[in-house]
Ligand binder design. Structure first.
Ligand code: ZN
Length: 131
């Protein structure tokens, strides 16, 4: 698979190359070393999850988006399906953090998710007033 950033052929390697040890059950990735960009693969096949190799800034932004979205359903407050349906309604298309290609897209997801699900987080709480 080609790297979108530089046009080089990415290498199919274990993610131990980037994490220091194999991480997760499906640990094969397409890696472009010059760009430090990669994308994970489905079940250790050569099929990439998405068609975009993410650089460090995008990986960081995706992590932040997951940190906002995942607790919504992990806490049991909402069903996972509900979270993604509401996001889809807001964006007018399916939204997957792993499919994002820019930091801006991730920030947009974060902002929207907070508006939909955490309205209370935008108003000061008792603790905030005490500070
Ligand atoms: Zn590249």
């Amino acid at each position: 698979m080609k790297c979108q950033h530089c046009g080089n052929e990415a290498e199919w390697v274990s993610n131990a190359e980037v994490y220091g040890r194999p991480y997760g059950t499906s640990h094969m990735i397409w890696l472009c070393r010059p760009c430090d960009a990669f994308v994970g693969c489905h079940n250790n096949t050569r099929t990439p999850k998405g068609r975009f190799l993410a650089k460090a800034d995008l990986r960081e932004a995706r992590k932040k988006a997951h940190a906002v979205i995942d607790p919504l359903w992990q806490s049991g407050k909402y069903r996972r399906k509900t979270v993604y349906i509401r996001l889809k309604e807001a964006f007018g298309k399916e939204v997957h953090v792993g499919d994002t290609e820019t930091v801006d897209e991730c920030n947009e997801i974060i902002k929207t998710a907070m508006l939909i699900f955490q309205r209370h987080a935008l108003t000061p709480t008792k603790t905030d007033k005490q500070v």
